[in-house]
Design a protein around this ligand. Structure first.
Ligand SMILES: Cc1ncc(COP(=O)(O)O)c(C=O)c1O
Length: 396
């Protein structure tokens, strides 16, 4: 008898550890918390607020009035037009709706972009630390990931020089993927740095993919889109973060005109269409700035609070948190033989002993992540204050 094969090497993906921490935190919360304390969630990067009121009202109307069947695989035209207007109003960039495809979260955009841009086996460069799904999706699609270690020397960002060096070590690099603000660091590229990366990719014949999902959430530094610097850049964005719509699974991808037919065909076959209800509602999201900026003011207060309180507990060497809602910090002083062996154990104990969920650095950096953790401050300020008090007492 023939035996059914084991899982394929592409299917044997590494976990997205933050999601696993979220799962354990949810189980503990359902059990009533730990040692009489409720669980505080600082592991996953999702706003604790719901979608803006305008969006919820539009969803309620659509639920009554629309059939909510499959939509055009590129997304409904009025949403693509609304996204195009946003680029005009927010960045002063004129983008035709024909270059915009609505996706199932930015995650759907990654699948489409990676498939449309790269042959199987191609090398794609990413910074380490970075958002873990980049590495895991690329690998699952049969692409070779070139993780380039970054740190304070380059403000945790890739540079054309680092990419050239990696190419001389690993061989031809076909594409570069960056995020600004980044995850887990929150660090941003300024316009000069982003332009240098986009233009060097263009000059070297590489795809440049710019993940701009945290645009809208920054603390003083100006946001620029890669669209301003290269007609060949692919820009990925989402309604998940600034728009506070994680569960609505909606994002968008902007690509050069010649890529739109291939992207559309991939989208038709893989996703058929993005979620209809979410699209109908999201048309109104660009009008909800006042409500959404109030959320960002909460993130700013949370960031300030944690940057004041966490150093009192002994955390230091924070990456510059220019945007997004994360603090990425060193924990080597809390590690010792016989005690916490690494960030995974440190985070497990923090959750099980004081009910505070944070994400171990292993998720973001496969080589150095044992010595770092990421705090997400996307929740309520009272939760940040309570978490900081518990952590200070725990580590005292
Ligand atoms: C940098 C980055 N890109 C993409 C995503 C995926 O977001 P979504 O698929 O919800 O748009 C995340 C989620 O945390 C992220 O941090």
């Amino acid at each position: 008898m023939k035996s059914v094969p084991e899982v394929s090497s592409r299917g044997a993906s590494a976990p997205f550890i933050a999601m696993e921490v979220m799962r354990e935190a949810a189980v503990l919360a359902a059990q009533g918390g730990v040692h009489g304390k409720r669980i505080i969630q600082l592991a996953v990067g999702q706003p604790s607020t719901g979608a803006p009121h305008l969006v919820r009202e539009a969803a309620a109307r659509a639920l009554q009035k629309s059939r909510l069947g499959y939509t055009d695989s590129m997304g409904i035209l009025k949403l693509r037009e609304a996204i195009a207007r946003h680029y005009d109003e927010h960045y002063g960039q004129s983008v035709s709706p024909d270059r915009i495809i609505v996706t199932s979260g930015s995650s759907g955009g990654f699948m489409l972009a990676f498939l449309a841009c790269f042959e199987a086996g191609a090398r794609v460069a990413i910074a380490e630390p970075c958002y873990p799904a980049y590495r895991n999706i690329l690998k699952s699609l049969g692409l070779e990931v070139v993780g380039i270690p970054v740190g304070p020397e380059t403000r945790w960002n890739l540079t054309p020089e680092l990419i050239a060096k990696a190419e001389s070590r690993h061989g031809r690099i076909s594409g570069v993927l960056v995020a600004s603000p980044g995850n887990p660091t929150g660090t941003m590229l300024d316009a000069v740095q982003l332009a240098a990366l986009a233009k060097s990719c263009e000059a070297e014949g590489r795809w440049f993919i710019s993940d701009e999902i945290y645009h809208g959430i920054s603390y003083g530094m100006a946001e620029t889109t890669a669209l301003a610097f290269s007609p060949d850049a692919l820009v990925i964005n989402s309604f998940s973060k600034y728009y506070s719509m994680t569960g609505w699974r909606l994002g968008w991808l902007i690509a050069p005109p010649r890529m739109m037919v291939p992207l559309d065909r991939l989208a038709q076959n893989i996703f058929i269409s993005p979620p209809a209800l979410s699209q109908e509602a999201a048309v109104t999201a660009f009008g909800a700035t006042e409500e959404l900026d109030a959320n960002v003011a909460v993130y700013a207060a949370n960031r300030k609070l944690l940057l004041e309180e966490l150093p009192k507990a002994g955390f230091d060497n924070f990456a510059p948190a220019d945007g997004a809602f994360y603090l990425y910090t060193d924990i080597s002083r809390f590690l010792r033989p016989g005690g916490n062996a690494d960030s995974t154990e440190f985070c497990k104990r923090m959750l099980r002993e004081i009910g505070v969920a944070v994400t171990p650095g292993h998720d973001f950096d496969t080589t150095r992540g044992g010595q770092t953790v990421r705090f997400s401050f996307s929740g309520a300020t009272a939760d940040m204050a309570e978490a900081a008090e518990r952590i200070k007492a725990w580590l005292a």
